[in-house]
Design a protein around this ligand. Structure first.
Ligand SMILES: [Zn+2]
Length: 256
């Protein structure tokens, strides 16, 4: 039928059948409510065998399905600063992280690996929704950078699987000046099917550690108006202009 059915799935089935899978565990399909044995569900790549509903899949299971023979090599991700924001809601962030590690058996919310897909060498990074909703902390940032660097180093394509709601928001380009705007148009020209968001940047961001720094909101608003007018004047209706927000919050100098 196709290479996924003929080539990958039999191999995946053999991988899953080799592993110790308790037969008495089952999962309820979110869509149709059918009780499915874990083994049956895993063998069908987490797609309900009754209604065809696609359930979540962990990066490890995804890579086992994606790479030829289920074989891949993990790419090391540099460890981030632990708990940089000292964030706390009902729980302290490090406690939340430890609980997620215990529950999933994974270190963090993204896995990076190299291997072959249909005999083409690639690099892949996959986000793990079961790990704190795919929490995009510093580790996930480091993982994306590590994946990109590995792809450049090995001259391979990079495939990025995002699994958090916010991470699905396609491509965003922060526009500071005419040159950035032209660059955004070039990107849109090269990838016409890709929705593109534009965001006006802040030319004079405060240093991230300076609480007393003020934000030039009037300047940002003016840049926003310029950008909206420019997009409308160019008849560029497929690009969406987003309000400037986290460039201000993070004091990011050049983009997001
Ligand atoms: Zn179902």
């Amino acid at each position: 039928m196709n290479w996924i059915t003929n080539y990958v799935r039999p191999r995946i089935n053999s991988i899953f059948s080799r592993r110790e899978m308790p037969e008495n565990l089952w999962t309820k399909c979110d869509e149709c409510g059918t009780m499915l044995f874990h083994r049956e569900l895993s063998g069908n790549l987490n797609v309900c065998t009754n209604c065809g509903h696609h359930m979540g899949i962990t990066p490890r299971a995804r890579f086992a399905a994606l790479f030829d023979g289920g074989l891949f090599t993990e790419v090391a991700v540099p460890a981030p600063t632990p708990d940089p924001l000292q964030f706390r809601d009902q729980k302290k962030y490090p406690d939340r992280l430890r609980a997620a590690q215990k529950e999933t058996g994974e270190k963090e919310a993204m896995l990076v690996a190299t291997g072959e897909m249909g005999r083409t060498p690639i690099v892949a990074a996959a986000q793990d929704f079961s790990f704190m909703g795919g929490s995009m902390g510093m580790y996930v940032g480091n993982a994306i950078i590590a994946a990109a660097e590995e792809a450049v180093k090995l001259k391979r394509p990079l495939i990025l699987f995002s699994a958090a709601g916010g991470a699905r928001t396609v491509l965003k380009i922060v526009v500071f000046d005419e040159a950035d705007y032209r660059w955004a148009r070039d990107v849109a020209g090269r990838y016409p099917a890709l929705p593109l968001y534009l965001q006006p940047g802040n030319h004079t961001p405060p240093p991230p550690d300076d609480d007393a720094a003020t934000v030039d909101q009037a300047g940002i608003d003016a840049r926003m108006r310029w950008l909206v007018e420019r997009v409308v004047a160019d008849g560029w209706f497929t690009a969406t202009v987003l309000p400037q927000l986290h460039v201000t919050l993070w004091g990011n100098r050049r983009g997001v």
